[in-house]
Every structure is written in C-alpha cells, then in structure tokens.
Design a protein around this ligand. Structure first.
Ligand SMILES: Nc1ncnc2c1ncn2[C@@H]1O[C@H](COP(=O)(O)OP(=O)(O)O)[C@@H](O)[C@H]1O
Ligand SMILES: [Mg+2]
Length: 432
C-alpha cells in the first residue's frame, strides 16, 4: 500500500528503550509504504533527530522525558510532522496532555501491530488534510500587542521580582496597557509581590475566553496602584494542577487584543507550561544570577530554544544581582553564553525587603535606587525592542518621590494580608 500521492511516509521512531526501538522499527519497516528511522527521545536527541530527518510522522514511546513536554517541543521544532504517542495502559491523563500538546494520535499499550501501522497512516493522512498554519512574518509578529515571558533559569534568581517591577516600569514609561500574568501556577507569588489579594486566577478566566470583551477582561484582572493589571496564579495548588499548557497558551492569545504588553512570569523549571508561554511570547527574558548552576541552566535553556527554532532576537539575557560575584562578572556570563547581556541589575536586598514590607513595588517606593534605574532601563530596552520611540522628554518611570524614605516595619494591614495569604488567608485576613 502507498499513500495517495504514491510517496512513502517517512516515519521516525523516538524512544529511550532499545527493545522498544527494535520492536517498533520491525513492525513498521514491514510496511512497503513506510520508511522508518529511529532516534533517542531524550529532549536534545529527539529534537536533533526530528530536525535532521524532517519526518512525516513521529512515533514516541517509552521516553525518560515527559511525553507532553516532548510533544510540545517536537511540534514547535517540526510543525509539519504528525505525532503518534504510545502511552502506558490506562494513562488517561497522558492522553489528555498529549492531545492538547498537539499529538495527532495516542495509543495505549498493549496494542496490535495493525493498530500502530494504522495510527501512522491515519496521522499522516490527517496532517495532509490540515497542514500547519504558516508562521507569521516577522514584521507582523512585531506589531502590537506583545507578550513578554520572564523566565528564571532556576528558582530564586528574582524572575518574579523583575516581572512585576518591569510591568510597572513599562507602564510608567510607555503609558500603555500592561498586564502582569502569573503563569507560575504552582508556586506563583506575583500576588504577594504586588500586595494583591488572591481573587480570580487564570483558571477562572478559562471558561470566559470565547466571549471576552474589555469589561469582562477588567473583571478578571486586578488593577494595581501603579496602573498595571494583574492576573494571579490560582490560590489552591489542587486547582493549579488542572490548568494545562494549552489553557495557558489559549489565555495569552485571547488576551492579546486587550493589552499592549503582557508580562508573563513562568515557572523556573522548563515545564510544558513554561514552553507554552515561551512559544506564545514575542520576547523571552532569560533571568539568571551570577552562579554556576544558573549559568549552566541558562546555557541549557539557550540550547533548547535554539533547537526549538527561536530566533536569537527573541531572547534577552538579564543578569540579576549582577554585582554579587567577583568570579562570574557580566563579561564572564557573556563569554560563557556567547550572547550579550541586555540588562545587569544590581543587588539590593534591603530595598526589596523594605518595599515588600511596605506592600509596594521597588520601582514605586525606591524609584531612584540603582535597582529601579536598571529595571527602568530594561523596560526601555523591551519597549524599544518592539519599536517604541521615547520621543522628546519621555516620562520617567512612575512614582511619587515622597515615598523615598526607608520604611522600617511592615504596615499592619500588609503583614496581616501577607501572612493570611501564606498561612490560611481567611483567619488572618479577617483579623485585620
Ligand atoms: N536585585 C536583587 N537584589 C537583592 N535581592 C533580590 C534581587 N532580586 C530578587 N531578590 C530577592 O530574591 C528572592 C527571590 O526572588 P523571586 O523574584 O521570588 O525569584 P524567582 O521568581 O526567580 O524564584 C526574593 O527574596 C527577592 O527579594
Ligand atoms: Mg517566581
């Protein structure tokens, strides 16, 4: 049997188990209309093999990497390839995740040989009927509105701190509508940093995505004193778990018409949600600190994004607490990562703690501090990246100066809300 056009279906089997590789290759190679290659499924290997072979169909089975992560990465790297995923018996969650991530067909183990062969042919036939949409021309993608992902290469590098402060600075600078969206669903703390109560989250907006209008959008977002609009992570972890990468991607796309900039804080690990946000983003700020682990993770992330086909200019390197290492200076970071650093933010733990205690953002309360100045110039860099022109006498980032004086103790209101949020909000919240 051959395809309608008579061409053979080039099929790539990706797995990390030698036995599985041999078995699948034997089954599929017996078919005259299939040409079969095989490769390893560990992320780098999978992407290399897929971009090298440019197959019509990829069969994924027995992988060490999470299947849905691989599906997202492969779908981005070789969009025209149809993905067939073999799952463990009864893995319903896997089916859902992989289908949403872009798999054409999912198959449970154990399967009949004929089922696998039929799945490959069917996936290919479907892909021929629905070729992937052409990628937008760069000029179209650089027009408003813009999505900026903020990704810390490891936890604690200051990604969330930078995301919220950047949002405020960008709004202060450009006066455009800016959203700060917390897509760190399991451990997002943008709400704490912005001193906003947990109200609606990305989870609540999902059912409304089809019928959005400006007013509905404003109801789901909370407006912060700086003027940025915030959509927080779900308060309950169990609920956060229900948000799929595809949901996050859909949300960002649906919100595009309502904001000039969406600043999206991502998990510090490369999860399917992280990849979904980065895929949607027009610009990814890669945040690291001058430490070996962060540097190594940044190098790995840059390799991954290159394999995913992100153009170099989609990424900006941001070194936070850049002045804290004598060994790993910004020049060393640039040399190691072979990329320019777009912003070097100094360290100022005291100012950040005091801002936090006051329930304000650093760029509000210490607008003249070196950290705020560096975040302000990063905001300018981001805005200019998208063609923003400061014009003559552009406004400087927000904030009244009378708030400059250091504040010693947290305001009682803020402390109650902060602790309430962290340790069971009702009890403490009501106490205030
Ligand atoms: N430039 C900085 N100087 C000093 N401390 C910082 C700086 N940026 C962030 N921090 C602190 O580092 C800690 C982790 O920041 P956070 O934004 O939560 O990191 P992430 O989101 O990457 O996990 C916080 O206590 C924050 O106040
Ligand atoms: Mg964070």
């Amino acid at each position: 049997m051959t395809t309608e056009s008579g061409a053979r279906i080039s099929t790539l089997v990706l797995t990390d188990l030698e036995d599985t590789a041999r078995l699948l290759k034997t089954i599929l190679s017996g078919e005259p209309d299939l040409v079969v290659q095989r490769g390893l499924a560990a992320l780098g290997g999978a992407l290399d093999a897929a971009t090298h072979h440019q197959p019509d169909v990829i069969v994924l089975a027995d992988t060490t990497e999470a299947l849905a992560t691989l599906v997202i990465a492969l779908d981005a790297a070789v969009p025209r390839a149809a993905l067939v995923v073999v799952l463990a018996e009864g893995d319903l969650r896997g089916i859902q995740e992989c289908s949403l991530a872009g798999a054409a067909i999912t198959l449970f183990k154990p399967f009949e040989q004929a089922q696998l062969i039929a799945a490959v042919r069917q996936a290919h036939a479907r892909a021929l009927r629905h070729p992937p949409a052409a990628v937008a021309a760069p000029s179209a993608r650089l027009q408003r509105p813009r999505i900026v992902a903020v990704h810390g290469v490891k936890g604690g590098v200051g990604a969330s701190t930078l995301a919220v402060n950047l949002g405020a600075a960008l709004h202060g600078l450009t006066r455009r509508r800016v959203a700060v969206i917390d897509a760190d669903l399991l451990s997002g703390d943008a709400g704490v940093l912005l001193d906003l109560p947990p109200q609606q989250s990305i989870l609540d907006i999902l059912p409304a995505l089809r019928e959005l209008d400006a007013e509905t959008v404003d109801n789901y977002f909370q407006q912060h004193a700086t003027g940025v609009h915030a959509l927080l992570a779900p308060e309950q972890i169990q609920r956060a778990d229900a948000v799929l990468p595809e949901d996050v991607a859909r949300t960002l796309t649906a919100l595009r018409p309502y904001f000039d900039y969406q600043i999206v804080d991502t998990p510090s690990r490369v999860t399917p949600v992280t990849l979904a946000v980065m895929d949607q983003a027009d610009l990814v700020l890669v945040v690291l600190t001058p430490e070996l682990v962060a540097l190594r993770n940044a190098a790995r992330l840059l390799r991954l994004t290159a394999q995913l086909g992100y153009p170099a200019e989609k990424l900006m390197l941001v070194v936070n607490r850049a002045d804290t290492s004598r060994m790993i200076t910004t020049a060393v970071v640039e040399e190691q990562l072979r990329r320019a650093v777009s912003a070097a933010i100094p360290s100022d733990g005291r100012a950040l703690v005091e801002a936090m205690n006051a329930g304000e953002l650093l760029v509000e309360i210490y607008s003249k501090s070196p950290v705020a100045a560096a975040i302000g110039s990063l905001a300018g860099e981001v805005a200019r990246h998208f063609g923003w022109d400061s014009g003559v006498g552009a406004p400087t980032p927000t904030v009244p100066d009378e708030l400059e004086a250091p504040l010693a103790a947290p305001s009682p209101r803020y402390a109650a809300r902060l602790f309430g949020r962290m340790f069971g909000r009702r009890a403490a919240g009501q106490a205030s």
